[in-house]
Write a protein that binds this ligand. Structure first.
Ligand code: SAH
Length: 353
C-alpha cells in the first residue's frame, strides 16, 4: 500500500486531516516517510542545502561556536549539538575547523537530534572516527553547557494553516475527492491562541502556526541559560507569517504538496517572531542575512585560501559555491540567521550588532 492510499483510507475512516498531521506523516512515516526512506540532499537528490554547497559553511559555524566556547571560559565538557543534521556534512566540517582550537574537540560531546533512522546511518558514516550520540527529543540534551546548530531544521516542522473568517478561523485540512487528495476548510471556530493575529489580519487572510517550534527552543534555552552555551539557527522565513508558504520540492522543482505524499520534501517558512519569542531568558541576536553573517566571519578570506589549492572545474565550482552561499540574489538574503547566548554573555561572532 502506498502512502497516498494509506492517507486516503485514513481520511475516509476519520474525516479530513489537519495539515500538521499530513506533513508529519509525509515526512516521517516509519515505512514511507520522505526523510525516513531516503537521503534527499545534493545534486542527485531533491534539494541542496548550504553545508552541501561548500565546506566553508560548516567550517565557519564550527569556528563561531568555538569562539563562543572560548568567550564563556572554555568549559571542560560540553554538548556540541545539531538539530536535523541531514548527511552530517555540516558537523564534520565544523569539527575539522574546530580541531584547530586547542581543547575544543576534546571537550565536545557530539549529540544529534535526528528522527530518521536512514539519515542517522548516513550521519554515522560521515562522522566515522567520532562518537556521536543520537537523541529522540530535545529534552534528552544533557544538563551541561550546550553549543548547538540548526540549519533548515525548523522549516521541516509541521504547521497548521488558518483562514480568517470574521473573528474566527477556518482550519485548512486535507480531504479526499474521488481518488485525489484535496485541500478544504474546516468550520469557523474561535482560536484563542491566535487572538493577537486578529490585530494585523483581515477576513480571508491565511496564517500559519508551527506549534512544535517554540517548545524546542524553550527547552534548549533553559539548558543554555542554566549551564552556558550558544545556538545558531539558519532558515528561510519571515517576521510574522502571512500567506500560504507550504512548499513541496521534488527533483529540484516545486510540485503540488498533495500530489506525491512521501516522495517530495515539504517545508514552510519559519516565523522568526515566534522563534525569538521562545528564547527568553536567553538573549537572541538580530535576524541577520546569511550572506552578511558569513562575510563578517571571513568567508571571502577562506574562499581565497581554498582557491589557491584548486584549478579548472573545481575552482569554477568553488567560486560558484561561494557566490551561492552569500550573494543577495542567491541564498545570501533568502536565508537568515540568528544567534542565542545566555543573558549577559557575549554574542556570537558576526552577530554582535
Ligand atoms: N541540516 C541539514 C538537513 C536539513 S533537512 C542540512 O543543512 O543539510 C531537515 C533535517 O531534519 C533532516 O535531517 C530530517 O530528517 C530532520 N528532521 C525533520 N523533522 C524532524 C523532527 N521532527 N525531529 C528530528 N529531526 C527531524
Amino acid at each position: 500500500m502506498s502512502l497516498r492510499d494509506i492517507l486516503i483510507s485514513q481520511i475516509h475512516a476519520q474525516g479530513p486531516m489537519r495539515l500538521d498531521d499530513y506533513m508529519s506523516t509525509c515526512l516521517l512515516h516509519p515505512q514511507h516517510g520522505y526523510y525516513t526512506t531516503r537521503t534527499p540532499f545534493g545534486a542527485a537528490g531533491d534539494f541542496i542545502t548550504a553545508p552541501e554547497i561548500s565546506q566553508m559553511f560548516g567550517e565557519l559555524i564550527g569556528l563561531a561556536l568555538a569562539q563562543a566556547w572560548l568567550d564563556q571560559g572554555a568549559p571542560a565538557r560540553f554538548t556540541l549539538a545539531e538539530l536535523g543534521p541531514g548527511r552530517g556534512t555540516l558537523m564534520a566540517d565544523a569539527l575539522r575547523a574546530g580541531s584547530r582550537v586547542a581543547g575544543f574537540l576534546e571537550a565536545a560531546q557530539i549529540t544529534l537530534l535526528e528522527a530518521s533512522p536512514a539519515l542517522r546511518a548516513v550521519q554515522a558514516q560521515t562522522l566515522t572516527g567520532q562518537t556521536p550520540r543520537w537523541i529522540d527529543s530535545i529534552s534528552d540534551l544533557p544538563e551541561q553547557p550546550t553549543y548547538l546548530i540548526a540549519n533548515e531544521f525548523f522549516d521541516a516542522l509541521p504547521i497548521r494553516q488558518f483562514v480568517r473568517d470574521g473573528a474566527r478561523w477556518r482550519e485548512r485540512q486535507v480531504g479526499v475527492e474521488g481518488d485525489a487528495l484535496v485541500f478544504g476548510l474546516g468550520p469557523a471556530q474561535p482560536q484563542p491562541a491566535l487572538a493577537h493575529r486578529l490585530e494585523d489580519t483581515k477576513d480571508g487572510d491565511l496564517i500559519e502556526d508551527c506549534a512544535a517550534a517554540a517548545p524546542i527552543l524553550t527547552t534548549l534555552c533553559a539548558r543554555i541559560q542554566a549551564h552556558g552555551g550558544a545556538a545558531l539557527v539558519f532558515d528561510y522565513g519571515d517576521w510574522r507569517t502571512l500567506g500560504d508558504t507550504l512548499q513541496a520540492v521534488q527533483n529540484h522543482a516545486p510540485v503540488d504538496p498533495l500530489a506525491t505524499p512521501g516522495h517530495a520534501d515539504l517545508t514552510a517558512h519559519v516565523d522568526f517572531e515566534a522563534l525569538l519569542d521562545a528564547v527568553a531568558p536567553c538573549t537572541p541576536s538580530r535576524i541577520t542575512p546569511q550572506g552578511v553573517f558569513l562575510e563578517r566571519l571571513g568567508i571571502t578570506a577562506r574562499a581565497q585560501a581554498l582557491a589557491k589549492t584548486l584549478g579548472g572545474p573545481t575552482l569554477k565550482a568553488h567560486i560558484t559555491a561561494h557566490r551561492r552561499l552569500t550573494h543577495p540574489q542567491e541564498m545570501g538574503n533568502l536565508f537568515k540567521t540568528f544567534g542565542i547566548v545566555p543573558g549577559g554573555a557575549p554574542m556570537l561572532p558576526g552577530l554582535e550588532i
